[in-house]
Design a protein around this ligand. Structure first.
Ligand SMILES: [Zn+2]
Length: 342
């Protein structure tokens, strides 16, 4: 496998034109086989994986628990609620689905309703709600695993958001299930953010409503110092997954994920371009909480194309369980490293 390096200009999510250094070539792993778009297993039903007697990849039981088919089932459910942007019934159904799924699996979700003040001319004041579920380990400090579930308002067609919002929610629900079944040594909170997307146009004020509200609540309660680090996942279902090397992310947190991926044989997923990503990790970085984002912004028909992003083409045919499963394995395997800078 060979990689070539070149320099291009590319539009990155919410940040504008940036100079990026792209790694070109077949450096990433692609979905293949039965996992690819295969939805034989419903999200809460027993999976073939539950019956596996051993783990051939050397994963911990916690990491080996992650089942891409279950994550796909959740993403498919969210897609069925489309559109699910601010102010829609689809978004209410999405919140209910997340909370009820966690409850049915025996967990205790906490709902964090808040009011968002937006520039949208018809909505302006919008009810939003983050949802979290916590797992108490042996550590005083905790790791936050986060992502968003809301959809985007688009001009043409329906926004299904299978990858954007669907894949992150599917993986977070699946990671929560595994953390419940295999209690971690480290204390962990999984947080589902509302209102990541801009309602009109991405600006500092019209974006990241849920994560900004969650940080403000942490600060009010004086709990921000209890956060060891945060990993945000977004658009991690792409069949040709490769995470952006986000220059906004805290280097030691991003490196912890990359080093873990290399050990697991998933290093190729880190062959994406360099860029500065605006996403739900930013409000945490702004209050000095170490944080990183795993996001794929090469979501299109060509190797460098991001053409499916924020369009009707972001549908179930574009994502696969293998990408979500690998991301979950990386994140959960990295938990010991995510407790402190090396
Ligand atoms: Zn988006």
């Amino acid at each position: 496998m060979e990689c070539q390096t070149s320099t291009i200009f590319k539009w990155t999510k919410h940040t504008g034109w940036l100079l990026l250094f792209m790694l070109l070539g077949s450096c990433n792993t692609t979905c293949s086989g039965a996992m690819s778009g295969d939805l034989k297993i419903q999200s809460n039903e027993p999976s073939v994986k539950d019956a596996l007697p051993s783990n051939p990849n050397g994963l911990t039981p916690l990491a080996a628990c992650i089942d891409g088919n279950r994550a796909m089932g959740h993403a498919k459910k969210l897609v069925s609620f489309a559109p699910r942007h601010a102010g829609t019934d689809g978004l209410k159904k999405t919140r209910e689905y997340i909370a009820s799924t966690l409850l049915e699996l025996g967990m205790h979700p906490v709902r964090h309703p808040f009011t968002a003040y937006t520039p949208h001319p018809d909505m302006k004041t919008v009810d939003m709600e983050n949802i979290s579920v916590s797992f108490v380990g042996k550590t005083d400090k905790r790791v936050l695993l986060t992502g968003h579930f809301d959809g985007k308002i688009i001009d043409d067609g329906t926004f299904y958001g299978a990858n954007d919002g669907g894949s992150s929610t599917g993986l977070l629900l699946e990671m929560a299930r595994c953390l419940h079944v295999h209690p971690p040594e480290q204390s962990v909170t999984v947080v589902f953010f509302d209102g990541e997307e801009a309602l009109v146009k991405w600006t500092d004020s019209d974006s990241l409503y849920g994560s900004k509200n969650y940080v403000s609540q942490l600060m009010e309660r004086g709990e921000h110092k209890q956060i060891a680090s945060l990993v945000n996942v977004d658009m991690i279902g792409d069949k040709r997954l490769r995470y952006v090397h986000d220059t906004n992310s805290t280097p030691w947190v991003f490196n912890a994920l990359r080093e873990t991926a290399v050990e697991l044989g998933h290093g190729d997923y880190f062959s994406g371009p360099r860029g500065a990503i605006g996403d739900d990790h930013i409000p945490f970085l702004q209050v000095d909480i170490p944080a990183a984002v795993l996001i794929d912004l090469s979501f299109g028909p060509g190797y460098e194309s991001n053409a499916y992003w924020h369009t009707e083409n972001d549908d179930m045919s574009r994502i696969c369980g293998a990408s979500m499963e690998a991301t979950g394995e990386i994140v959960l395997s990295a938990l010991p490293r995510l407790m402190a800078a090396p």
